[in-house]
Design a protein around this ligand. Structure first.
Ligand code: PLP
Length: 362
């Protein structure tokens, strides 16, 4: 066979959460609850019209500039339209950033454990990866700043982090940025930004105004409920945006994703509803987990990391048989932890019921 690039040699490919249809097929289950991929459990009602509106033009390429979403988002965020870059999910913005800025053997600093895509894509790019452990389940910005060398090109910060559900504060970020040289790019992944209600969460848009070495990404996949159409965005300096656009596939955002995101921005009330649901259900889950004497990490997002204190493989197997998909974290190097996404109340209840069942029977 033709040899693939050297950087792919030891690559561990990303394994997504188990799809509902697959588990139904495998175990012949009627009902399956997926609490594994941090999706929200609602479909926004306004989306049907947005999707239908595009069908008569399905034979035509979408607008390469994502014009309408760009204008609306620029107004919503109060930034100039040329500071925005759209990606096929914010995952693609990670890939585009590496492609535009990181040469082979450049050093990339990543927290550990954290969102797996940073490492996988940095490895594909042929970068040298330096991992800095989280401390008390939070990104350790002081140690990351000290880890910067002359070879460092880029730093990934998931804020809030996945799988921990924790965040770093505005003050911590400002202190950190003051120690980062101007030729090092900091990528703030704010995929769960909309869920955060804490006042000391970073005002990244303000920080971007005076710094050219920051890229901030957000997504329509989580709070907006659009994971199925794939659209995320980055905000950065216009020159940085130009670099990202230079490596972007021209039609990376299809017309359905553009129309859905555009409608989503007109219907922010939906996100408010989602947020209230998550807050209420997190309270329920915390209470029930405490009753079961299970340790969890308090989360500002729509998922909860649970410290099971023993290997979660058997628990996971048990829950799958009951039609509940959670996320075991052995791949993150956390075999005694699992992550559960906040679902509908009946889904959360079923999860707790079966968790109880497992603990009683073991
Ligand atoms: C879900 C998630 C994303 C978003 O992925 P999309 O490609 O936008 O669907 C990005 N970063 C983190 C940390 C995530 O958990």
């Amino acid at each position: 066979m033709v040899s693939a690039r050297r950087s792919l040699k030891n690559l561990k490919a990303y394994k997504p959460g188990k799809p509902v249809e697959e588990l139904k097929r495998e175990l012949d289950l009627k009902e399956v609850y997926k609490l594994a991929s941090n999706e929200i459990p609602f479909v926004p009602a306004y989306i049907f019209k947005a999707v239908l509106s595009q069908i008569p033009q399905i034979n035509r390429y979408p607008e390469a500039s994502s014009h309408y979403v760009r204008q609306k988002l620029a107004r919503t965020l109060k930034v100039k339209p040329d500071r925005l870059v759209f990606g096929n999910g914010s995952d693609e913005l990670i890939v585009m950033t590496l492609r535009a800025f990181v040469e082979e053997r450049d050093e990339v600093i990543i927290g550990t454990p954290t969102f797996l895509i940073y490492e996988i894509q940095s490895q594909v790019a042929g970068a040298r990866i330096k991992k800095v452990p989280l401390r008390d389940y939070r990104y350790d910005l002081e140690t990351i700043a000290r880890a910067i060398t002359k070879k460092t090109k880029m730093i990934f910060i998931a804020n809030p982090d996945n799988p921990h559900g924790t965040y770093v504060t505005h003050e911590e970020v400002v202190k950190f940025l003051n120690k980062v040289p101007k030729n090092v790019l900091v990528f703030f992944d704010e995929a769960y930004f909309e869920f955060v209600m804490n006042k000391d969460y970073p005002r990244t848009l303000a920080l971007l105004k005076t710094r050219k070495n920051i890229i901030m990404s957000r997504t329509f996949s989580k709070a907006y409920g659009l994971a199925g159409v794939r659209i995320g965005y980055a905000v950065c300096d216009p020159e940085v945006a130009q670099c990202l656009n230079n490596v972007r596939e021209p039609f990376n955002i299809d017309r359905f994703a553009q129309a859905c995101a555009s409608a989503a921005l007109d219907n922010y009330r939906f996100v408010e509803k989602v947020k209230n649901h998550i807050v209420k259900e997190k309270r329920y889950l915390y209470r029930e987990l405490a009753k079961l004497n299970l340790e969890y990490i308090e989360s500002v997002t729509n998922f909860i990391l649970i410290n099971f204190k023993k290997d979660t493989a058997r628990l996971n197997e048990y829950l799958l048989r009951k039609g509940i998909i959670v996320r075991p974290l052995a791949e993150w190097g956390l075999p005694e932890f699992f992550r559960v996404t906040v679902g509908l109340h009946k889904e959360n209840e079923a999860f707790i019921r079966h968790l109880k069942g497992f603990l009683k029977n073991k």
